[in-house]
Design a protein around this ligand. Sequence first.
Ligand code: HEC
Length: 204
Amino acid sequence: MRYVYLIFFFVVVAAISVLGFRGSKFTKPPIEVFDDMDRMPKYHPQAESAFFSDSRTDRLPVPGTVARGTFFEDEYMATGKKGDSFGSGFPIEVDEQAMARGEERYNIYCTVCHGAAGDGQGRTASYGMTAISNLVAPPYLDMPEGELYHYIVNGSRSGRMYPYKDKLSVEDRWNVVLYLRALQRAANGSSADLTPAVKEELGL
Ligand code: HEC
């Protein structure tokens, strides 16, 4: 009989401990037998640091650090500059593939403002955005490729257009510049651009 009471007692204790506290809230953290590395002696972003003299946990990169994927031995390719001035020409392979890629990227990132033809008449113009550069007119026609590249990387001179360096890889920026050149040709074509066969057909 003693065992029956004992078993009954343990069943009651077990039932209360499992069911009795359901829904209760505890203000103290639970006892951790193994903490599973829930808490680590590490710094959280933008937290205060007792270790560094400027009290910041976020450290600046060591001077001269080059982020992965951003190092280009060809300075012109990376910056659009040759020495102190903007350079001309394309540091990428100019072929149909580059042109197609440039067209695709341009239509994703630029058309909304500069228009599919590059004339500054994009969707945003009809919503009241003003002074969007017409990229198929002077001064952009004679602008060196490196300078067009530079504005894609750094934004426009007046700062009204944001930089696109985070959206476009180095190659893609050049692809877009290439496509811009094609848009400029298309917008400023003359009969001199026609092949002799087409000229003859049109009687020119
Ligand atoms: C949100 C609208 C918007 C988008 C998207 C946009 N631009 Fe612009 N862009 C502008 C405006 C506005 C200006 C004129 C800025 C100024 O006057 O400083 C401009 C100016 C420029 C200029 C001339 C910069 C100068 O200082 O003369 C170039 C080149 C250019 N954009 C290229 C591009 C290319 C290439 C893309 C796509 C990768 C692009 N833009 C996407 C709004 C845009």
